[in-house]
Design a protein around this ligand. Structure first.
Ligand code: NCD
Length: 305
């Protein structure tokens, strides 16, 4: 049961909760396809507080809220709010808690969503806290993979890119582990997944994980790629150095499985040859669209509709 609960980390969810959201997302997806009205959250107000840049997560949450009939209040920027005058995040959160029925927050500080959840009475949904977690992205990734491949168990999923700083990858590793996928981690040197995260994924969720240094995608059913998270590097020149050398070229797609799906949380920058967009493997724009039904399902489950 998710009714009234916060969604801070994918680790807080039971497998059954995730299955419920995936089923509900499939219903929403179908209803969107047929144009059937789904206004089950009329009179509810969703607050979107994004203190870090966002295109997809913010817009798909706002679209999802509108599709289920809810209204949005939005803190557009720190510059235009009283945070600019020096108001604390805690006080800002207390206000928004009194105005809305559910709060979606993205913040650069790891643990920010957990902090918000402690302050607010209303359910808080983490839309990304620094390099830590991004649970709604993982739910949409699990939905996308299940929709495209029909299953998660036993599937060979490669996580490719900046595994050190990308919250999408951390969250997804836990999610894939819960559902028994075989995970291969491929990272540029120095940007490997935190060993503590791998250990937890293995010990708590029985993750099947191997690490691979070469860009070799031959065995993958799904290659999930992410960009170098430049904004999280202490030294931006270091990030630029990796950005120049880490790239998935058309060559890397030689010998891949015929039905390989390349996914990406987006935005993509230099880590993939843009020619890949034109191949049948590129499925990331479809994936981005699925953010709407999945976030509709999340809002409906948490707000008890
Ligand atoms: C990701 C994020 O913000 O973590 N984007 C997203 O939410 N779709 C990925 C990224 O910024 O690289």
């Amino acid at each position: 049961m998710l009714h009234g609960k916060d969604l801070v980390s994918i680790r807080d969810l039971e497998k059954g909760d995730i299955e419920l959201i995936l089923r509900r997302a499939a219903e929403m997806d179908k209803a969107l396809g047929t144009g059937k009205p789904i206004e089950i959250l009329k009179r509810k107000i969703v607050a979107t507080l994004f203190f870090e840049p966002s295109t997809r997560t913010k817009m798909s949450f706002q679209t999802a809220a509108k599709r289920v009939g809810a209204q949005i209040i939005n803190l557009t920027s720190v510059e235009s709010s009283s945070l600019k005058k020096g108001e604390t995040l805690a006080d800002t959160l207390r206000m928004v808690d009194g105005y809305s029925d559910l709060i979606v927050i993205r913040h650069a500080a790891e643990g920010a969503a957990r902090y918000a959840a402690e302050i607010c009475q209303r359910p808080v949904v983490n839309a990304g806290d620094g390099g830590n977690q991004h649970p709604t992205q993982t739910l949409l990734d699990l939905y996308t993979i299940t929709k495209m491949k029909g299953k998660l168990e036993g599937l060979s999923v490669y996580l490719v890119g900046d595994l050190k700083y990308a919250r999408t990858m951390r969250s997804l590793l836990y999610g894939l582990a819960m559902f028994g996928a075989d995970v291969t981690l491929v990272a540029p040197e120095g940007l490997e997944m935190n060993p503590g995260v791998i250990k937890e994924a293995k010990e708590r969720f029985g993750a099947k994980v191997r690490e691979h240094s070469a860009m070799e995608l031959g065995g993958a059913d799904v290659a999930y790629v992410c960009r170098i998270q430049k904004e999280r590097f202490a030294d931006p020149y270091e990030a630029e150095k990796v950005q120049k050398t880490f790239r998935i070229t058309m060559d890397a797609l030689r010998g891949v499985k015929d039905d390989l799906a390349i996914l990406h949380p987006l935005p993509k920058i230099d880590e993939m040859d843009p020619e890949i967009d034109k191949t049948k493997y590129a499925r990331y724009f479809e994936q981005a669209r699925l953010g709407v039904p999945v976030r509709m399902a999340i809002l409906a489950e948490i707000m008890g509709a």
